[in-house]
Design a protein around this ligand. Structure first.
Ligand SMILES: [Zn+2]
Length: 125
């Protein structure tokens, strides 16, 4: 898939400060914006990468502004966790986890942040 990664992204940094989160990955169009996590660590986490690549596909399939609107409307309607775009990305991100035990699975949780944007936190420490 065609995508870019921006480390130390200002957008992701602002999101992180607003959320008081240790790390954030946020997708805008074809670009994954990172803050609090390096490109290498992000790429080493197959579940997280698959999750964010799913958001890139959602942008591509729906169009940039249309997807932002749909994402916001969906979050407004059902909440961030149940947002169908997050549910789809979560399923994508969990496909690699079938060989893991429950403790590893819990360690691998990726949660949407509650911003009206496809932004996610990785639960660490
Ligand atoms: Zn997400």
């Amino acid at each position: 898939m065609d995508f870019k990664i921006v480390e130390r992204s200002l957008f992701a940094r602002i999101a992180r400060m607003v959320l008081k989160s240790s790390n954030v990955a946020m997708v805008l169009g074809k670009t994954i914006h990172l803050s609090g996590v390096t490109r290498d660590d992000f790429m080493d986490d197959p579940g997280w990468l698959a999750h964010e690549l799913c958001h890139i596909r959602q942008f591509r399939e729906n169009g940039f502004f249309r997807f932002l609107w749909l994402y916001l409307a969906e979050s407004w309607r059902v909440g961030y966790y149940n947002n169908k775009y997050e549910v789809e990305a979560r399923i994508e991100g969990m496909k690699h986890r079938r060989h893991m035990n429950p403790a590893q699975r819990a360690d691998n949780a990726i949660t949407p942040t509650g911003l009206p944007l496809p932004a996610d936190e990785r639960e660490t420490e």
